[in-house]
Design a protein around this ligand. Structure first.
Ligand code: DGP
Length: 116
């Protein structure tokens, strides 16, 4: 898929509206359209990376930055103290439906384990 056809690239560019909660030069974060918890935020790289399975050694910085931003957002959203979950779905059986790398930040309720 080209970045022109990618839904999350369109959200980054503003072509598709979103409820943005954070943005810097590398990372964009916005509320999930179909929240699975009281707090459900997607944290994505602005640069198109299709999947966590496509990360390479040259992506170490952005992969780490996504984690750091997600952790800081958990703090600013008030869920860090209670606990939260970061989820990255990959591929068909992993439940990935949008082919642009994204971390789900979920919190605000007790989360079950194992996941479905
Ligand atoms: P995944 O299944 O891991 O690929 O997660 C994709 C998530 O993206 C899913 O929880 C719903 C969310 N999503 C899909 N389309 C949109 C959209 O247009 N806007 C927003 N804010 N979220 C979307």
């Amino acid at each position: 898929m080209s970045t022109q056809d990618c839904l999350f690239c369109k959200i980054v560019s503003g072509a598709v509206p979103s409820d943005r909660v954070y943005e810097d030069e590398d990372v964009f974060a916005f509320r999930d359209i179909n929240p699975q918890a009281p707090t459900h935020i997607l944290v994505i790289p602005k640069r198109h990376i299709s999947s966590v399975a496509d990360l390479t050694d040259s992506d170490v910085d952005i992969a780490g930055k996504l984690m750091v931003v997600a952790s800081k957002l958990a703090g600013s959203c008030g869920i860090a103290g209670r606990g939260f979950r970061l989820v990255v779905n990959a591929g068909d059986e992993g439940g990935q439906s949008v082919n642009h790398l994204h971390l789900h930040l979920l919190g605000g309720r007790r989360l079950g384990w194992p996941p479905g």
